[in-house]
Design a protein around this ligand. Structure first.
Ligand SMILES: Cc1ncc(COP(=O)(O)O)c(C=O)c1O
Length: 395
């Protein structure tokens, strides 16, 4: 019983999706053969981009070979594009970091930046729990990066209000990958708008699960079409395939095509993955109940864990987090589940902070009664293990 993958809607094994990939492989070959700007674009790519934009309520979309690269491109290209015109190399001082702010390493002192790459114009404000791809994007952005508390809108506002830089980018996941909590994206947008900043929302774990028909948290908050909102998605979770995309205003997408290094210098998404994503997206659009089903199954799974007395975190996506604290206990709990035929994720430091070890269960839309029975038996065994485990072995 798979309670570990991100295949929330079972699309990776859907016959229609598989057939679309097979047809595309025969028609276009297995690889894209070049960068999107050279030979790597097919009509499949543009069809997928139109479909993603229409589904997500955005003006335009751009497909990447992974969600990781979509994040790298969105954050680095926007951070650079928002800057005022560049000054000659060496003429600009880095702004001082405001008290309490975290500064990631930027260019070493004395290193020369090529013209147009000077860092001082933009600050990137990033949630402390953001996914590694967003963290790496911040590091590559050559901007000052300020890390704020998890879903702390007031901290975001303070960071924006006191910034010395003219431009700012706020970066967050919508449904957070480890605990499934959903960021207050509407409130974040009010703050970013008030302070003339852009908001980048990674909807990797929200697409297909959160919001009406699985259109994501930004759609649910009514900010999907705002010109200062940019969304990234992966095609590898609810759509069951591979790849990523950025959704936003046409001028944002044009900027990514023109300056997004992770777009320009990367081989395009393989045609079978492109076709599979398109087929899965069409299925999702035709079956808006799928997202509700995934969320209903999440609640049922959470109730099972809670009935066993386990520490369950409330979630708005298809993720159930069971806090265990101690890493060894978390590994033992994962093994116990496996011995009952149930696959669950296990998170330990450094993926989570010290004391934050947990099991991560995902609830697919297609879970059956038998699956829930197996999950119930596995979780009861975890409870029994915790009861008998030595207190010294736990946090
Ligand atoms: C929140 C988040 N963003 C981005 C990604 C990267 O997506 P991909 O696997 O398509 O590179 C992931 C996947 O692990 C993720 O969980």
């Amino acid at each position: 019983v798979d309670l570990a993958s991100n295949d929330y809607l079972g699309m990776s094994a859907n016959p229609t999706v598989i057939e679309a990939a097979a047809v595309a492989a025969r028609r276009w070959g297995v690889g894209a053969t070049g960068s999107r700007l050279v030979t790597g674009s097919t009509t499949l790519h543009t069809a997928l981009e139109s479909a993603l934009a229409a589904f997500g309520g955005a003006e335009a979309a751009l497909v990447f070979s992974s969600g990781y690269l979509a994040n790298l491109a969105a954050v680095t290209a926007l951070a650079a594009a928002l800057q005022p015109p560049a000054t000659p190399a060496g003429a600009t001082q880095l702004p001082a970091t405001p008290a309490g702010a975290t500064q990631l390493p930027v260019t070493p002192a004395g290193a020369t930046e090529p013209p147009g790459r000077q860092p001082p114009g933009t600050v990137v404000v990033s949630d402390v729990a953001n996914h590694a791809s967003l963290v790496d994007a911040c590091r590559l952005a050559r901007a000052r990066v300020e890390i704020v508390g998890h879903q702390d809108v007031a901290a975001v506002e303070r960071a924006l209000a006191r910034r010395p830089e003219p431009a700012a980018l706020v970066v967050t996941e919508s449904a957070f990958s480890v605990d499934g909590s959903v960021a207050p994206v509407g409130a974040l947008h009010r703050v970013t708008r008030a302070h003339a900043a852009m908001l980048v929302i990674d909807e990797a774990h929200a697409l297909g699960v959160v919001g009406p028909g699985g259109r994501g948290a930004a759609w649910a908050a009514g900010i999907a079409a705002e010109p200062d909102v940019v969304r990234t998605v992966t095609l590898s979770k609810s759509l069951g395939a591979q790849g990523g995309a950025v959704l936003g205003a046409s001028d944002v997408i044009d900027t990514l095509v023109g300056t997004g290094r992770a777009f320009i210098f990367d081989t395009g998404l393989a045609p079978p993955s492109t076709a599979a994503s398109l087929a899965a997206l069409r299925l999702l659009a035709a079956q808006p109940g799928l997202a509700c089903q995934a969320r209903a199954n999440t609640r049922r799974l959470a109730a099972l864990a809670s009935d066993c007395g386990l520490a369950v975190t409330e979630t708005g996506a298809a993720v159930v987090r069971i806090g265990l604290g101690d890493p060894e206990l978390a590994v033992a709990a994962q093994r116990i589940c496996a011995s009952h035929g149930v696959l669950v994720g296990c998170f330990r430091p450094p993926s989570v902070p010290a004391g934050g070890s947990c099991l991560r269960l995902t609830a697919r839309a297609g879970l059956t009664g038998d699956d829930f029975d197996a999950a119930g038996r596995a979780l009861a065994a975890v409870r029994d293990h915790i009861r008998t485990a030595s207190p010294a072995g736990r946090n």
